[in-house]
Write a new protein. Sequence first.
Length: 253
Amino acid sequence: MKIYQLNIYRGPCAILSDLNLDIPQGKWTSVIGPNGAGKSSLLQAIAGLLKWDGSITIDGVDLSTFAHKDLAKKIAWLDQGSNTRDEFGDSLSVYETVMLGRMPHQGWLHLPSPTDHLLIEEALRQSDAWHLRHRPLSQLSGGERQRALLARLLAVGSDILLMDEPLANLDPPHQADFLQWQGNLLGQGKTLVTVLHEIHFALRADHVIMLDKGKLHFQGSSQDPATHQALIALFDGRIRLEKLGSDWVALPN
C-alpha cells in the first residue's frame, strides 16, 4: 500500500498533513506515536471512514475507486472504540456479532452460507472465544469482548487487517496468542497494520511508522538502529531501549 501527500480531515480541520508512507504488502507494520498524534485517524482514513485527499493505492489501484462493498472485503477494521458496550446493543450474541464480519460476502437478505458458518467457527476458535459464542456481547468482560471482536475481524477474510489497539484488555496469555495469530496471518500473505502503545510488541513488527503532531516523524525497519534512535527522540528521550533475548523493550529513563 502506497500513501502519497495524504491529508486527513475531521470536519474542516486537517489532523494529518502531507503524509508519504509505504506500507509493505504481506508484512506487519506498527504505528507508534504520542497521544493525539493521528494514529487512529490514519487507520480510519485507510478504512474509508474519514475524509481525506491525496492518494492511497493498493496494488496500484486508488482506494477511492473501490465500491464500498469491495473495500469492505479488501480491508477489515478493528476500531479502538468497538469495545464500548453500547455499540452493538444488548441483544446480539458473540456468534451473531462475529457473523457481521461476513456481511460484505453475503447478498441482500441472503442467509449465511455453510462457508460463513465454517469461517465463524474457525475465527472464534482462533481467538479462544468459541465457548463464548452463545453469550450476549454485553455480558462479557473487556478481554472476552475484545477476543470476540478480533474474531469478527478474522472472519472477514480480508487481505489487509487494520487494528487499533488490538491488545486492549487482553491478559498476557491472550497477548501471546495474538502474536501467534499475527504470525499465522503473515504466513497467509496478509498485510497487518496495528496501532500499539506497547512498544515492545510494536517493535516485533517488520516495519514501523511514527507519527507526531499530525506529521510523519519516521518510518523504517523495526530492527534498524536509526528507527530506535527516532523512537527515543519521538518521546523526547524519556525512554530507552534495551535488548531482552531477541526482543527490544522500552524502559523509562
